[in-house]
Write a protein that binds this ligand. Structure first.
Ligand code: 8X3
Length: 254
């Protein structure tokens, strides 16, 4: 990564945090973006201490389009040339049949998972095209490939990310920019705690009885994609725990 600049959204936890660790260890300079400043500051300190990393903290709610564009426009000159954008920020809220779903939850998922990702991509991609180099890594989900009961809007947002990746692939062809879509299966993060609004017992059940992926497992896959030579583009990656064959088939020990 030697000195390459990676901007990571949702860097304060889960896969985003894993990416920050793994890319920092590989020598990237990092712009870490999330809403929770204390967490970002603590992470930046840790990365500086452990890997002597060059880290820039930016607090931003990617639902706020003006903030996203302002973030990109006000980067110091030495941080402007972003090489890798990791669109990781995303969440699920609730696991209810559509007929019982909360419209507010839907809006939040659509705003973060789809619109936030689009804003950030729109803000960063033109620079990459100008420089004829760069990589967009979109963290989608196996849920975007196969809907599961009560997944409705969450699955739809991840399906949208997958389609955006696919379409972007066509739009940037010939520019030198690469697009990589990563679909993880079950990853033990705050994902389920957020989905079940802090119900730790319910969240914990999601990962009980088998070995889920960690944020670092997904991050290492992302790093592999980002470190291929420029003529190699890994467009699409499905990464699952071995115990999980699909959203429906998981071998659990209890
Ligand atoms: C997270 C994976 O299967 O819980 O996107 O939706 S799943």
């Amino acid at each position: 990564m030697n000195g390459k600049i990676a901007l990571i959204t949702g860097a304060s936890s889960g896969i985003g945090l894993g990416c920050a660790e793994v890319f920092a260890e590989a020598g990237a300079r990092l712009i870490i973006v999330a809403r929770r400043k204390e967490r970002l500051d603590a992470l930046a300190d840790k990365l500086r201490q452990n890997y002597n990393s060059d880290v820039l903290v930016r607090v931003c709610d990617i639902r706020e389009r003006n903030d996203v564009f302002a973030l990109a426009e006000t980067l110091p000159d030495e941080w402007k040339n972003i090489d890798i954008l990791i669109n990781n920020a995303g969440l699920s809220r609730g696991l209810d049949k559509l007929q019982a779903g909360s419209v507010d939850d839907w809006e939040e998922m659509i705003d973060v998972n789809i619109k936030g990702l689009l804003y950030m991509t729109r803000a960063v991609l033109p620079g990459m095209i100008e420089r004829a180099a760069g990589m967009i890594i979109n963290i989608a989900s196996v849920a975007g490939r196969m809907a599961y009961p009560s997944g409705n809007v969450y699955c739809a947002t991840k399906s949208a990310v997958r389609t955006i990746s696919e379409s972007l692939q066509l739009d940037v062809n010939g520019t030198g920019v690469r697009v990589c879509n990563i679909d993880p299966g079950l990853v033990e993060t705050e994902f389920s705690l957020v989905r079940f609004r802090g119900n730790a017992a319910r969240a914990e059940m999601t990962y009980r009885g088998f070995l889920p992926l960690s944020g670092c497992d997904v991050a290492e896959a992302a790093l592999f994609c980002a470190t291929r030579p420029p003529y190699v583009s890994i467009q699409d990656l499905l990464i699952m725990p071995t115990a999980q064959a699909s959203p429906y088939v998981i071998t659990k020990n209890n």
